[in-house]
Design a protein around this ligand. Structure first.
Ligand code: MRU
Length: 349
């Protein structure tokens, strides 16, 4: 199904002058500014610091960062670049722990590194671009698959930002919403603000408005009342890592939404490419959850909002058990009511 939404918004761009350009998501929507990167360690910092965020976008950025690393290591010492670059891969791997797409992309680039002879630049750049393009293609496929499930749905709620900004382009959860909107299935889209980084208020709302899709923001505390009002039939979210049994790690607050959805008879959809599935982790309880600085909760725009001496706990993600998930949408197909057998079956197709 074609729709009018092109991939206008690009979080990750390979620059003409052989550098990586990342749209600085910390300052959107007030400022639209790309930062240029020439060193992979700086890209690792950009991932930790949330210049680029969202599981698939982190994977795409890491692929390009490895191209930068290989260029430098090969210029430094062409005989040992393949072992020297391991230090750069380690630094990238330490940037954020939960999104498995990061480790998936590093492994994929490492496989190419191991069989590369001579100057690695072109061959690694080709692979990084392939990772990027495959992600965009997967998002369009998932958009169409997910939109079919939203056929008789008037309203949806999404959490965090799982859009073009969080991916190679088009988006996972927002890709489904874009496709469903284009197909005329949806009447209203709600986004919650998503404390503490406000990805919903700053990024999701901006993306949807850029595409002329009307969006209504709610405070996270309004989600239960929204469901009770009967205005939404589905919650649609992305994921940072899906365990083999179908448990889903995603932005903190997702689990609460899934519980509320079950209570109100609202359905719960997770949209993620297969690069987000980690079959080496059997249960969601084993997914590493990033704990970020307490200051992200205690301060807003550099201003302390919490009472002096208050402490904060700031897990960036939570895990939604598979039994609260109605459908996982991937580019390989849809898994309804996920469990280990169904996830295995999906990956064997
Ligand atoms: O901390 P963030 O902004 O990187 O968290 C992002 C999310 O939780 C997204 O929902 C997830 O990465 C899926 S993005 C397609």
């Amino acid at each position: 199904m074609a729709n009018q939404y092109q991939d206008n918004i690009q979080a990750v761009v390979w620059g003409d002058n052989a550098c990586l350009k990342l749209l600085d998501q910390r300052i959107l929507p007030a400022k639209y500014h790309y930062i240029e990167y020439h060193h992979s360690a700086d890209v690792a910092s950009a991932i930790s610091d949330m210049v680029v965020r969202g599981a698939p976008a982190i994977g795409v950025a890491a692929g390009y960062a490895i191209v930068l690393a290989a260029k430098k290591r090969f210029q430094q010492l062409s005989s040992s670049w393949q072992s020297d670059i391991e230090k750069d891969l380690d630094i990238l791997a330490q940037s954020r722990p939960t999104a498995v797409n990061l480790f998936w992309a590093i492994e994929r680039m490492r496989d190419v590194i191991s069989v590369t002879e001579g100057d690695p630049f072109d061959i690694l750049l080709t692979e990084a671009k392939k990772i990027h393009q495959e992600d965009i293609t997967a998002n369009h496929i998932m958009g169409d698959l997910g939109a079919k499930l939203l056929k008789n749905c008037s309203g949806v709620l999404t959490h965090c930002n799982a859009g073009a900004l969080a991916t190679g382009g088009y988006g996972t959860a927002l890709g489904v919403i874009r496709s469903a909107w284009a197909a005329g299935h949806l009447k209203s889209v709600y986004a919650d603000e998503t404390r503490p980084w406000l990805q919903g208020a700053r990024l999701t709302a901006w993306e949807l408005i850029e595409d002329d899709i009307p969006v209504t923001l709610i405070a996270e505390g309004a989600a239960a009342a929204l469901m009770q009002s009967g205005k939404i039939q589905w919650v649609v979210v992305g994921s940072d890592r899906i365990a083999a049994n179908g448990d889903v790690a995603n932005k903190i607050g997702t689990y609460g939404l899934a519980i509320m959805a079950k209570h109100h008879g609202v359905k719960f959809m997770v949209v993620a490419p297969t690069s987000t599935i980690d079959m080496s982790i059997k249960h969601g309880s084993d997914i590493p959850i990033e704990n970020r600085s307490a200051d992200e909760v205690l301060y807003l725009n550099g201003q302390r909002v919490a009472a002096e001496d208050a402490h904060a706990w700031n897990p960036a993600f939570d895990v939604t058990p598979a039994n609260l998930v109605d459908a996982i949408i991937t580019e390989k197909g849809v898994v309804e009511k996920p469990d280990m057998d169904k996830m295995l079956g999906l990956l064997q197709t």
